[in-house]
Design a protein. Sequence first.
Length: 154
Amino acid sequence: MQKTRLKILQGMPIFGGVDDTTLNFILEDANSVEVEPGTFFFREGERDNTVYVLELGRVAVFRYWENTRYKLRELGKGDCFGEMALMDFQPRSAEVVATVKCRAIQISAAQLAMLYERRPDQYTMIYMNLGREVCRRLREADKRLFIHEITASN
């Protein structure tokens, strides 16, 4: 199981450049969370500072606007979610629900803080990668908004 989990983390952009010793250190204390279809990993507005790496299954990401629920995206095996709350310690900006049975690796800010004490260089690499992932998603959202605005004005 540990080797499978390690392979998943090695293939993720947020762990790019992070060595196997560090990934194993993270996995030692990481929780494995199993969620049934229709069950939430977390809800919009909740306070939490963990990131999830999906080992198995699919999830849907939703946000509310004026009491209406909107689907933002779907994520699958190897994707991560929850990184914004991990980085900025703000309430969750969306909710994530399992669309099929899921299993995820849950990594907390406290675990990463322990990594900082042992390997600040690896800690920094992970946070730089998280920043890149958030920027990638922001660019994607910006592009979608731009296309929406252009098509709405024509």
